[in-house]
Design a protein around this ligand. Sequence first.
Ligand code: NAG
Length: 246
Amino acid sequence: MLPLLLLLATAPGARGLSDIDYVPTLTNRTLGGRTTASTFVLEQPRCVFGDAQRGAQIWLVVALAAAADRFDAGAAPGTPQLAFQTFPSNTAYATLGTALANYPCPPRPGDITVLRVGSETACRDDPERPSCNGPLPGPGPYRVKFVAWNQSGPQAETQWSEPITLKIAQQADNLPVMAGGRSTGMIVLTSLLSILFAILLACLVALLATWSSDSCGSGVIFSKPDTVTVKRYNTHHVYDQPAARL
Ligand SMILES: *[C@@H]1O[C@H](CO)[C@@H](O)[C@H](O)[C@H]1NC(C)=O
């Protein structure tokens, strides 16, 4: 009986996976935005996986919270079942795969020990990049876990995180791709209009302040149309008169 219990305690679970008693968490560090409309920031899994997973790659699995139980680690990262581009219809995707060596334990001084999930916009629609760390398609909620995979398949997994709900901002969600060009154009246009308006206003003020002087050349500009109008009126009048007499 005792050997059997020991075997149950140490052997991987029914799916051939070791369960690791770690719950992924949003970072506590006061970065600009633990969550946005399409990203969230996690603590890296430092000192979570052990020597048994030395040759494995550590991946982050992001699942729809409601469908997290249905996640099947038998599907390999980089396949359509776990592709970002198929999410959320495939209910989960795997991203940020990296060698365990990239999560040194303990962290080295100066190490960044957080992961921003959803920060890659360029690959979001690229089927050649199924492991894209693309922007999350909606507010969620999502649950995440880290899974160690090697050539033989899944080796170990952490627990699921608590549900993660993102900020609701539909427009901000769609903007990132276009935002750069659009906002620069707007700034340039607004600046030009402001400058033109300022010049116009200055001239107007100067004109009103010194009506008789020629500041800003406004005296010249103003007298010309006046003269033209008078001339035209006169010409018109002159032509008109013979017609009236006939
Ligand atoms: C995968 O990891 C397991 C557990 O550490 C190990 O037994 C197996 O040989 C590894 N497979 C490969 C292909 O490295």
